[in-house]
Design a protein around this ligand. Structure first.
Ligand code: NAD
Length: 356
């Protein structure tokens, strides 16, 4: 059995962070403190399955608040800090970039300082197993042509305010390792999908709009390619890296599931036609091409052979099985998403206000 450790998880009320928190509680003996500011993207309902567990705690706090972060470190005394808190939506970063710089860049620096002070106060044995795990994206590498893959050594070339802010945070994390000796591990992952995904992102947006008979927005011609990974596969990879990753190392994580956006949308339509047929006709009739996103990266794809060879991780879910699970989850969890859909985010950028 693995040794129980204390995991401080920032952004644990978000899509991936809540999957990590649920996985840690359900599949390990580790203790979990979720630290989350509960922005529009943070949702305590995503943590309900673990909320009453004795190994789970929650702290509402902002990573930009140095005192609050120092307090959390002092009180919880973590062995691992998993840093997922971020502004994460590319379209929002185009409309309002400054909060991405504040949270993703400044917030990461504040958290690094608090983690470093905590690390410096540990005894030698605890120092040896301490990790600051920074969770990042493959979008920092920019855009691929039709050939090739991103790896751990791909040069940085971010194109959007979101990816530039994540790239900056990656550099800060490595600097704290080289300059101050903080034992960091860093992961760059491809696009995630699955349950509890905020309905402004492509896959949940398409599922829910299709259910409501609304247009299914596809940027440009839908030719942009993403490498999709089921969120629970990502959560398992992250815990593996936090437990077994070598200090200073980076691991690229991906699902070997390259799909163009239009393929993804058509697959969802096909699944819904089978599971919940629409008397008005096949769901594909709702596909609507909209003006492309500025600076839209053409293709992302990950070569995950390092984490596979060194840490023995592999994705378990195929894209088809993961997508079917996801569609069924949204069909069965209307209470979770209807609260968000009726709230303040209505997909304004796509001109698809759910108020009509
Ligand atoms: P999300 O937007 O669903 O969740 C982000 C969480 O961070 C929310 O709970 C929010 O309340 C919290 N948060 C935001 N600002 C905060 C602040 N200042 N202080 C404290 N908490 C704050 O995002 P996600 O999709 O779960 O992504 C999590 C991380 O993984 C991000 O760092 C993202 O860059 C990275 N990532 C995401 C993907 C993806 O496909 N979604 C892929 C690779 C990497």
């Amino acid at each position: 059995p693995r040794e129980a450790r204390r995991f401080l998880v920032t952004g644990g009320a978000g899509f991936i962070g809540s999957a990590v928190a649920r996985h840690l509680i359900e599949a390990s003996d580790h203790e979990v403190l979720v630290v989350d500011a509960l922005t529009y993207a943070g949702n305590p309902a995503s943590l309900e399955p673990v909320a009453d567990h004795p190994r789970y705690r929650f702290l509402k706090a902002d990573i930009r608040d140095g005192e609050a972060m120092a307090g959390a470190m002092a009180e919880f005394d973590p062995d691992v800090v998993m840093h997922l808190a971020a502004e994460s939506h590319v379209d929002r970063s185009i409309d309002g970039p400054m909060v991405f710089v504040d949270t993703n860049v400044v917030g990461t620096a504040v958290l690094l300082q608090a983690a470093l002070r905590h690390f410096q106060g540990l005894g030698e044995e605890r120092k040896a197993r301490f990790r600051f795990h920074h969770i990042s994206t493959d979008e920092v590498f920019g855009s691929l042509g039709p050939e090739g893959f991103f790896t751990e050594t791909t040069a940085y070339d971010p194109r959007s305010p979101y990816s530039a802010s994540k790239a900056a945070s990656d550099h800060l994390v490595r600097a704290w390792h080289h300059t101050y000796g903080l034992p960091i591990v860093l992961t760059n992952c491809s696009n995630n999908y699955g349950p509890y995904h905020f309905p402004e992102k492509l896959i949940p947006l398409v599922i829910l709009n299709a259910l409501e008979g609304k247009p299914l927005p596809v940027y440009g011609k839908g030719e942009n390619v993403r490498d999709w990974l089921y969120v629970d596969d990502h959560a398992r990879a992250l815990v593996r890296v936090a437990e077994q990753g070598e200090p200073g190392e980076t691991y690229a994580i991906g699902g070997h599931n390259e799909r163009s956006n239009i393929d993804v949308v058509r697959t969802i339509c096909g699944l819904l036609d089978t599971i919940r047929p629409d008397p008005a006709g096949p769901h594909e009739r709702l596909i609507t091409f909209v003006t492309d996103r500025p600076g839209h990266d053409a293709r992302y794809a990950i070569d995950a052979s390092k984490i596979e060879a060194e840490l023995g991780w592999r994705p378990e879910e195929s894209f088809e099985s993961g997508l079917e699970k996801t569609v069924r989850w949204y069909l069965n969890n209307e209470a979770w998403w209807s609260a968000i859909r009726s709230g303040r985010y209505h997909g304004e950028r796509l001109g698809l206000t759910s108020n009509g």
